[in-house]
Write a protein that binds this ligand. Structure first.
Ligand code: FEO
Ligand code: CA
Ligand code: CA
Ligand code: CA
Length: 764
C-alpha cells in the first residue's frame, strides 16, 4: 500500500533503546538470555564484529563484485518503466483483466458490474510463481504449466474502478477512501461489492513459451481463481486453544467461529516449503465502522481495537471524520448473508454471536492457499499471530528440524516476529497442500524480536505463562488483560508490548539469503514524532532532516536490517544483527548517507525484499514519498555480504522541527559498504507507483515484477468524470517493449515480465 498509509497505533510505553543502551549486557538482558536457553559461553563465542567506535567514512568497502551485469538505470520521474538496455518488458496481466471467458474484457472506464470476483484484482503486491506437475499438484521442478498467485492489497484509489469515482448518496464525485473523509450517506451497493471483490488474491495460469518463459496468462484455465474479501476461510490454530480462539471469532455469520469470510489488504506474502501460498493481511483495520449512536462492545474489546487501529468509538454526528470504506452503508441492494452489515462492528445483538462486533478478530493473519487446487478452502493460521502482517518468509528448511517463519508488522513503531513450528520438516510433505499446512502451521511457538544495543538480539516467546503477559495492565489500553493463550495469538501486538519488544521503523518485507540463511528486513521509514535523536536506538539509529525537495524528516529514507540466528537454527532464541544499508539521497550529508549511495544506487523507503534463488541477488523494491521529487519508486539489485562484514558506527543525529533542534549520537552496527558494483538501480516505475511483488522462472531468465497503483496522486477536477491522471500507464505503453497495454486512459496496476534479450539470467 502507498507510503501515506502508515498508521501509528502503538501507544505502549515500551522503553526505547536509549534505556537499553545504558544497561548493556547486564541485569535484565543477561537473565533473559539465560532464560532463553542460550548460555553466555555460547553467546560470547560468536565472532565479534570488527572495528570499534568507527566514525563516518571508516566502514570497510566490501570486495568488488562482477556479478551484476547491467548498466545502472538513472532516476526518472517519467510515466514509464525504465530498465537497462538489453532487456524486454511486457505486461503479463493488469487490474481488471478477466479470469473467466464468460466475463467481458475490461473497459477501463468503470463500467464493470459485480464481476470482480472473476477479474484480476487491484493493487498488486506480493506474488509467487508455482509450477504444476502432470499430477495436477505443485511441482518443485520446472514444468510446462505454471500459475501465478498475486496479492491485491487495497482499494485505496478505487475511484478508477467506478464510472465517476467513489460516491455515497447525493455526493457524486466526492473522492472517498479509507483514509480520507466522507459523509454518512449510503454508498451504492455495486460500488461496495466491486471494492470488496477486488481485494484478496488472484491465481492465474501463466502461458509459457517453448523456452519456459512467460508470455501472458490463460483466460480459460480451470486453475484460475479469485480469493476475495468474501471467500470462506477456515479458522485454524493450536488444538489446545482452538475453542478459545473460535470463541473470539464467533459472529452472526458463523456463531461457532470455525469459519470466517474473506481476506483483506493482502500485502507481503510467503511460500511454504510444501508448495502453498501465504497471503499476509496488513492494514485490514480500517475497513470497519460503527455508525453514529452504536452500542459499544466490552472494555477489553474496545481496548484491543484501539491497539489495532480499529474504530473504537462510534462515528461522530459531525458526519465527516469516519475512517473506512462505508461498506456497511448500502441500502439499494439486498443485504444477503449480511454482506454489507458485516462491516458494522457495533454490539447491536444480544451477544457476539448475533452481530459482527468480532468481525475484526477474523482478520490480521497469514492465510494459506493451495495455488494448485481452486476448490481448496483457505486457512487462517492463528498460531502465527494477529497483527498487520507483512511477509511470512521461511528460513532455509532443514529435514528433521522445525521450520521458522519471519514476519513483520507494518506500522510505525511495530515489531518483528518469528513463528517456529512444532513439527520438524519432512521433504516428503511437498505438494501436501492445506493438510501439510495443518501439520506445520497450527502448533508452534510465536516469538517477538528485541534488538540490543550491543549488536545482539533475543527472540522472546509470547506465551501467557510469562508473568509479563499474564500480569499485563495498561493505562493506555484500559481494560485489556490476557486470560488465555488464545488472547496472546489474537491480540499479539499487546503481548509484544508486554514483553518489551523493540519498536522498529515500520517493518515491511523480510527475505532469507539462500546462500547463508541470514534474514533481512526492510524498515521502510518513520516520522519525526516517532524517531527523534532521543528515541533513536541502535537498530533504528537515524533521526534527521532531508534538506531538499520534499524535506521529510525523522527517518524518511528507511533502512534494511539483517540478522543471523546464533545457532544457525530455526529454534535459536538469540541472534546477531547489523544494518545492511541505509536509504538515502546521494547528496545527503555523510551522517545520513551512511552507506555511501551514489546517483546510480540511491534509494528511499525500502519496502519489498526478495532473494532470487537462481542468482542469489537481493532485490529491493521501494514505496516512497520522500525522494519522489527526484525519482519515481524503483527496484535495486544488491549483492550482499554477511552479518558483521562492516563495523561499529556512531551516527550523529540532528533533527529540526517546529519545536526546535535536538541532537544526539547513537552507536550502531553497519555492514560493509557495497559500492556500485554490489548495489545498482535496475528499474524505475511509472509515476505514482510503488514496486511490489517479485518472482521468477526456475532458470532465473524471466523476472516478474508487480507495479502497484500508478497514478495514485491523480486529482479529480470539478465534475465527476473530469480527472487529471497523474499516470496513464500501462495504456500509454511507457517503457513497454510491446507498446500500450489494454484500453488507454486510467492507470492500472500490472505484472511485468522482464527478460534479457540475450537469453541470460536477469540482473547478471
Ligand atoms: Fe502494504 Fe506494508 O505495505
Ligand atoms: Ca530530498
Ligand atoms: Ca536530493
Ligand atoms: Ca508493502
Amino acid at each position: 500500500m502507498s507510503h501515506q498509509h502508515d498508521p501509528i497505533d502503538n501507544l505502549s510505553n515500551n522503553r526505547h533503546f536509549q534505556d537499553v543502551l545504558q544497561e548493556g549486557l547486564s541485569g535484565v538482558n543477561r537473565r533473559s538470555i539465560l532464560r532463553g536457553g542460550v548460555g553466555l559461553a555460547t553467546l560470547f563465542s560468536l565472532p565479534m564484529l570488527p572495528g570499534c567506535a568507527a566514525t563516518a567514512g571508516t566502514l570497510p568497502n566490501l570486495p568488488t563484485s562482477n556479478l551484476l551485469g547491467f548498466s545502472p538505470v538513472a532516476k526518472s520521474i517519467l510515466d514509464q518503466v525504465s530498465v537497462p538496455a538489453g532487456y524486454t518488458v511486457k505486461v503479463l496481466h493488469a487490474t481488471g483483466d478477466t479470469l473467466d471467458p464468460a466475463i467481458p474484457a475490461y473497459s477501463n472506464t468503470g463500467a464493470e458490474t459485480d464481476d470482480w470476483s472473476k477479474r484480476v484484482g487491484d493493487h498488486h503486491d506480493g506474488m509467487h510463481l508455482y509450477y504444476i506437475g502432470s499430477n495436477g499438484k505443485v511441482s518443485s521442478a520446472a514444468t510446462t504449466r505454471a500459475v501465478i498467485a498475486i496479492n491485491h492489497e487495497s482499494s485505496a484509489d478505487s475511484h478508477f474502478l467506478h464510472t465517476s469515482g467513489q460516491t455515497s448518496a447525493g455526493v457524486s464525485g466526492k473522492k472517498f477512501d479509507q483514509f480520507g473523509t466522507w459523509d454518512l450517506g449510503a454508498r451504492p451497493g455495486l460500488q461496495a461489492l466491486k471494492e470488496i471483490n477486488l481485494h484478496g488474491v488472484s491465481i492465474a495460469e501463466v502461458t509459457l513459451d517453448s523456452n519456459g518463459l512467460p508470455t501472458g496468462y490463460k483466460v480459460d484455465s480451470t486453475l484460475n481463481r479469485r480469493v476475495t474479501a468474501q471467500t470462506v476461510a477456515d479458522i485454524k490454530g493450536p488444538a489446545a486453544h482452538l475453542s478459545a480462539i473460535k470463541a473470539l471469532m464467533a459472529t452472526k455469520y458463523d456463531p461457532t467461529g470455525a469459519t470466517s469470510r474473506g481476506t483483506l489488504n493482502n500485502c507481503g506474502y510467503g511460500y511454504t516449503p510444501w508448495g502453498t501460498y501465504l497471503t499476509c493481511e496488513e492494514n485490514w483495520a480500517f475497513y470497519f465502522n460503527m455508525p453514529n449512536g452504536s452500542t459499544l462492545p466490552d472494555a477489553k474489546t474496545i481496548a484491543a481495537r484501539k491497539r489495532y487501529g480499529v474504530a473504537s468509538a462510534a462515528i461522530s454526528s459531525s458526519a465527516t471524520a469516519a475512517a473506512g470504506q462505508g461498506w456497511y452503508t448500502p441500502t439499494d441492494l439486498p443485504d444477503t448473508d449480511s454482506r454489507f452489515t458485516r462491516w458494522n462492528i457495533a454490539a447491536s445483538g444480544a451477544s457476539a454471536a448475533e452481530d459482527f462486533r468480532q468481525e475484526p478478530h477474523t482478520f490480521g493473519y497469514n492465510v494459506e492457499i493451495d495455488p494448485a487446487d481452486p476448490t481448496s478452502r483457505p486457512a487462517k493460521r492463528v498460531a502465527m499471530g494477529r497483527f498487520a502482517h507483512e511477509a511470512a518468509v521461511c528460513g532455509l528448511p532443514v529435514a528433521g528440524q522445525p521450520l521458522a517463519f519471519y514476519m513483520g508488522c507494518d506500522s510505525r513503531n511495530e515489531y518483528i516476529y518469528k513463528f517456529v513450528s512444532t513439527a520438524v520438516w519432512d521433504p516428503a510433505d511437498f505438494g501436501g497442500g492445506i493438510a501439510a499446512g495443518d501439520k506445520y502451521l497450527n502448533e508452534g511457538k510465536l516469538y517477538v524480536a528485541k534488538f540490543n544495543s550491543d549488536g545482539t538480539g533475543q527472540w522472546i516467546e509470547l506465551n501467557v505463562s510469562n508473568a509479563l503477559i499474564s500480569g499485563y495492565t495498561s493505562t493506555t489500553y484500559t481494560g485489556f488483560t490476557f486470560s488465555t493463550q488464545a488472547d496472546v495469538l489474537v491480540f499479539t501486538r499487546l503481548a509484544a508490548d508486554a514483553v518489551g519488544a523493540t519498536k522498529m521503523d515500520r517493518p515491511e518485507w523480510g527475505a532469507v539469503n539462500p546462500a547463508n540463511g541470514e534474514v533481512y528486513f526492510a524498515l521502510t521509514n518513520n516520522s519525526n514524532s516517532n524517531r527523534t535523536p532521543a528515541t533513536a536506538d541502535a537498530a533504528n539509529p537515524r533521526s534527521y532532516n532531508d534538506t531538499d525537495g520534499k524535506k521529510s524528516s525523522g527517518n524518511p529514507n528507511g533502512h534494511i536490517i539483517r540478522f543471523r540466528e546464533t545457532t544457525s537454527s530455526s529454534v535459536a532464541t538469540s541472534f546477531r544483527w547489523d544494518i545492511f544499508a541505509f536509504g538515502s539521497e546521494e547528496d545527503a550529508p555523510a551522517s545520513v548517507n551512511i552507506s555511501g549511495l551514489t546517483a546510480n544506487n540511491s534509494f528511499s523507503s525500502p519496502d519489498g525484499l526478495w532473494f532470487s534463488k537462481s542468482t542469489g541477488v537481493l532485490w529491493i523494491q521501494t514505496d516512497d514519498g520522500a525522494f519522489t521529487d527526484e525519482t519515481n519508486c524503483m527496484l535495486v539489485a544488491a549483492v550482499p555480504g554477511s552479518v558483521g562484514d562492516g563495523g561499529e558506527f556512531m551516527v550523529g543525529n540532528s533533527l529540526t522541527t517546529s519545536s526546535g533542534t535536538t541532537t544526539g549520537e547513537t552507536k550502531t552496527f553497519v555492514g560493509g559498504l557495497l559500492g556500485e558494483s554490489r548495489l545498482r538501480r535496475f528499474l524505475v516505475a511509472p509515476k505514482g507507483a510503488e514496486v511490489t511483488g517479485l518472482t521468477e522462472t526456475a532458470d532465473g531468465k524471466a523476472l516478474l515484477v508487480n507495479i502497484q497503483h500508478p497514478g495514485e496522486n491523480t486529482a479529480k477536477l470539478g465534475t465527476a468524470t473530469n480527472y487529471t491522471f497523474e499516470s496513464q500507464w500501462p495504456g500509454n505503453g511507457g517503457g513497454l517493449t510491446s507498446g500500450g497495454y489494454g484500453v488507454a486512459g486510467r492507470p492500472r496496476s500490472a505484472t511485468l515480465i522482464i527478460t534479457k534479450n540475450d537469453g541470460g539470467k536477469v540482473g547478471l
